[in-house]
Design a protein around this ligand. Sequence first.
Ligand code: FAD
Length: 454
Amino acid sequence: LREIIIGLLAVSAAQRTAKMRQLQVAVVGAGAAGLCAARHILARPDTFAPPVVYELTEHVGGTWFYEERTGNYENGLPIHSSMYKNLRTNLPKEVMMFPDFPFDSELPSFLPHKEVQRYLERYCQCHLITPHIRFSTVVEEVRPVTEETERGVISTWEVTSRDKSGSQNTKTFDSVFICSGHYSDPYIPSIPGIEHFKGRVIHSHSYRHSEPFSGQSVVVLGAGASGLDISLELGRSSAKVTLSHAKPTLPFPLPYGIQQAAPVVEVLADGSLRFQDGAITQAQILLLCTGYKFSYPFLTPAQLGLEIHDHLVTPLYKFLMPPAFPSLFIIGICKIICPFPQFHCQTLFSLAVLEGSVTLPSQAEMEEEAVKEMESKVERGVKPQHMLKLDKDQWSYAQTLAQNGKFPPLPPVTQSLYEEVGRQRQVHPENYKQINYRLVSDTQWEQQDRPAAI
Ligand code: FAD
C-alpha cells in the first residue's frame, strides 16, 4: 500500500511539474482567427494550458455573425460585424476552409454568410472550444511585463478585461494571440466640403441591404471587394449607381447601367460631388466603401516598439509579432489573402515559436528583416496603405511559415483554385459565384457546372 501511495504521489508530482510547464495563452476574439488559435492550443495539452478566449460579443464568428442593427451595442461599444444581409462569399468554400476542416460537401461553393457562421459554430463545437470562451468580455489592455532573470529577460502579459457586469479583471499570461479582426473601424477619407453634401453619407460598415436605396442616386466610393459587390446589389434593386474609384477602368462592363467615375475629390457649395477628372454630379447617397483602419485600442504601441497607423502596423516579424516581444502574435493582419488558411499557418507557426521548435533570430535581425521587407516594397512603388497587402506573395509566405514551423504546407490546389476564381471574378463579376467546384486531390480541382450566362 505504501508503495502504491508513493507511486501515486510521484505521478501527481510529475503532473504538477508538467502543468507548471504549461504555457498560459490569452486569445483576444472568437472570430475565425481566435477559434483557430484556440483549437490548436487545445490540441497541445503537453505544452499549453487551455487558452482563455476573450470575446466582446455574446457569440462566436466575428465578422460572420450578421447583425441587423447598426451603431452600438447596449454597452455602448460599436457593432463589430460589417456583414450585409445578402452577402455571398467571394471565395469558394473549397479555398476558404481551414485545411483540416472542410465545409459540408452538400453546400454550393459560394456561400451565404449564415453558412460560414454555421461552419465556425461547428468548428467551435467539434474542437470543444466553447467552455474556454469568456463571452461579453472586452479586452481593455494588453500590457507586457518584463523581468530580468538569470535566463535573460522574460516577458509575460497582463490582460485586463471587463465583463458584462462591468467588473474588471487582470490575468497574467505567457503569450497573447490578438485575433480581433480589422474590418470594424471604418476608414473615412477626408473629402473637402463634405459638410455641404445634402444627402446621406454612410460607410459600408453600416450597409445591411439594398431596399432602402431603391430608385435613389447612389455614388459608391471605392471599387474594392465590398464596393463592387454592393454596387451590383444596389444596381439589381434599381438604384442609380455611380461607382467612383481610382482604378484605371474595370476590365469588364458593369450591368444595370452602373456608371464608373473617377474618385470623388470635393463636395461643392451647392452639394454636388466633383470627381477628379472635373465631372460633377448630384447624388442622394454617398456610400463610402473605403475600407477599414487598424485599431488595437488595448495595445500601447510605444511599449511594444510598434507604430500603428490607419493602414500599417510596423515592424512585425513575419507579419506576426513585434520583434521586441515575440510572444505576442497578431493573427490575420495581412490583406488580400485567403483568410482561414492563412490563420491556420500563422497559428501553427506561432505555436512552434512558443514550443521552441522554431529558433527565432535576434531581435535586431528580426527588426532588420521586417524593415527590409517594407523598404523593398517602397522601392517597388508600393504605397504605405498597401504595405500589408500580400496578394500573390501570400503563397510563398505560407510556405515559409510551414517550412520553418515544420507543419504540412497548404495543398497546392488552394492557390490554383484561388487564382482561377480571381480570373473568373475579373471576367464575370456578376455571375462567377454560380460556378461550383470540387477538389479532386491536393493538386487538382474540377468545375462541376457552369451557368449558361458564363
Ligand atoms: P473577426 O471575424 O472580425 O473576429 C474578431 C473577433 O474579435 C470578433 O468576434 C470581435 O467581437 C472580437 N473582438 C474585437 N475586439 C475585441 C476586444 N477588445 N475584446 C474582446 N473581443 C474582441 N473572407 C473570406 O475568406 N471570404 C469571404 O467571402 C469574405 N467576405 C468578407 C466580407 C466582408 C463584408 C468582410 C468585412 C470580410 C470578409 N472576409 C471574407 C474577411 C473576413 O474578415 C475573414 O474571413 C475572417 O472572418 C476574419 O476573422 P478574424 O477572426 O480575423 O476577425
